[in-house]
Design a protein around this ligand. Structure first.
Ligand code: URA
Length: 465
């Protein structure tokens, strides 16, 4: 740092002190130093204005990847990214605004049923969601398999849908956290995605722009998730919960199992069919359990907002009462009604509920048979996810197109006893280019042994602070 003499005038002093430079910040972080909020703002603003070039930002991201950020720095980076765009003002809506976000998995269609379900309980759910990448599916891709459904909306349209329906799900726009969009693309090509502070600031900068009162995070753990162990998932959850709470949004994280796909369907229109079944009362046990658990926490947070300062005590009884309410909304058909209202408000065809055949299908199917007799001990989520991408249901690069009708249906899940030659899964596809590889992967995903597996623990942990 340059040293100014005591006789230097204020004007001259500002001319002498070297202004902050990206180079100095990269060097500081490389050497394990800390950053201030102002420095993060300088970097983010400079990057978006083209004054900090990609190569310097890439070096900074790698320094963060290797050295990390502490909790306070992560919150400061998130704040700088959040303020790179607009924050939705939903203050005119009197009801509590609570969203859910999942870190991504295979067969994870929870958002599609949970958002209208919780909205039917009187909570506003403004959900800005993402596309699938790698072996994980994306809510927007699934919804776009509904004929006419629009996930690209202006913020005014989004607000209007929230006012009329209480729920809307759309994609990120140019106005929402533009810094994240640019940084994510850069991380993707510089091997800096798998960093807890960078994942946390990326997710939270988008979520906090929704003008929320509360947020429930579904942090997936297991083979089909970003975080493979409970320890890693808990570390990510703690950073995100700390960041959300410190920025004024009541945030809770639930760690849920992603070792096996959720439900039976993996692939876009297949998953929409499974969502319709759940809303009509025919639910897969694991999918329903995760949906009700996350929904109960959303209602809990919403109630906390309403009672202002006198939150209900967190105990199983309180959460159980909320689960019962949600079950009532499912069995009365109110949640399905809200789902259809949401589809209609976003330009989609609500007839799909009565006629699921209107959804895109696959021209061909191929069963995968059990190579042995025994108990299914596990169905590896990552292998099923990769197979589904190979069949066309996902994309390897952001710009790839997808086949909404393709995917994998699991005929059997873990815990079931199977005979040799019994169908384990059915592959749905239109393009047979990768069919043999997809078959091999799905067959290999089923671990079959002489003993039944232990009970699958779907809800691993809840992180409140
Ligand atoms: N999802 C995001 O939005 N960002 C990440 O960095 C990882 C997952």
């Amino acid at each position: 740092m340059p040293v100014a003499s005591a006789r230097t005038s204020g004007r001259r002093l500002s001319a002498i002190i070297t202004p902050v430079r990206a180079y100095d910040l990269i060097k500081r972080k490389r050497d394990g130093g800390r950053m201030t909020g102002e420095e993060f703002r300088f970097l983010i603003r400079g990057y978006l204005a083209g004054e900090v070039p990609d190569y310097q930002m890439a070096a900074f991201l790698m320094a963060v990847f290797l050295r990390g950020l502490d909790e306070e720095e992560t919150a400061l980076l998130t704040e700088a990214m959040l303020h790179s765009g607009l924050i939705l003002d939903l203050s005119g809506l009197e009801r509590p605004k609570v969203d859910k976000h999942s870190t991504g998995g295979v067969g994870d269609k929870v958002s599609i049923v949970l958002a209208p379900l919780v909205a039917s309980a009187g909570v506003v759910v403004p959900m800005i969601s993402g596309r699938g990448l790698g072996h994980t599916g994306g809510t927007l891709d699934k919804l776009e398999s509904i004929p006419g459904f629009r996930t690209e909306m202006s913020l005014d349209e989004f607000r209007e849908a929230l006012w009329t329906t209480g729920v809307a799900i759309m994609g990120q726009t140019e106005e929402i956290a533009p810094a994240d969009r640019r940084l994510y693309a850069l991380r993707d090509v510089t091997a800096t995605v798998e960093s807890i502070p960078l994942i946390a600031s990326s997710i939270m900068s988008k979520k906090l722009s929704e003008g929320l009162d509360g947020l429930v995070l579904d942090v997936k753990v297991g083979s089909g998730a970003f975080m493979k162990t409970v320890e890693e998932a808990e570390a990510l959850a703690r950073v995100m919960v700390g960041t959300g709470n410190s920025l004024g949004v009541r945030t809770v994280a639930v760690l849920t199992d992603m070792d096996e796909p959720l439900g039976r369907m993996v692939g876009n229109s297949l998953e929409i069919k499974e969502c319709i079944n759940l809303l009509k009362g025919w639910a897969e046990e694991d999918l329903l359990e995760v949906t009700l658990t996350l929904g109960a926490w959303m209602l809990y947070i919403a109630e906390e907002m309403v009672s202002r300062g006198a939150p209900p005590a967190i105990d199983d009884g309180v959460l159980m009462e909320k689960r019962k309410r949600l079950e009532g909304l499912l069995s009365s058909g109110k949640a399905l009604e809200r789902f259809l209202d949401m589809i209609e408000a976003q330009g989609g065809d609500p007839e799909i509920a009565a006629r699921p055949g209107l959804l895109p299908g696959a021209g061909r199917i191929r069963p995968v048979y059990s190579p042995a007799e025994g108990y299914i001990r596990r169905v590896d989520a990552e292998k099923v996810g990769v197979a589904s991408v190979l069949l066309g249901a996902g994309r390897s690069r952001m710009e790839d197109g997808i086949d909404h009708g393709a995917g994998v249906m699991l005929n059997r899940k873990s815990g079931t006893k199977v005979a040799r030659g019994e169908p384990l899964a059915t592959l749905h596809y239109n393009d047979e280019g990768n069919i043999e590889e997809a078959c091999r992967l799905v067959e290999g995903a089923f671990e079959i042994g002489p003993e039944p597996p232990g009970r699958r623990r779907l809800i691993r942990k809840v992180v409140l602070a």
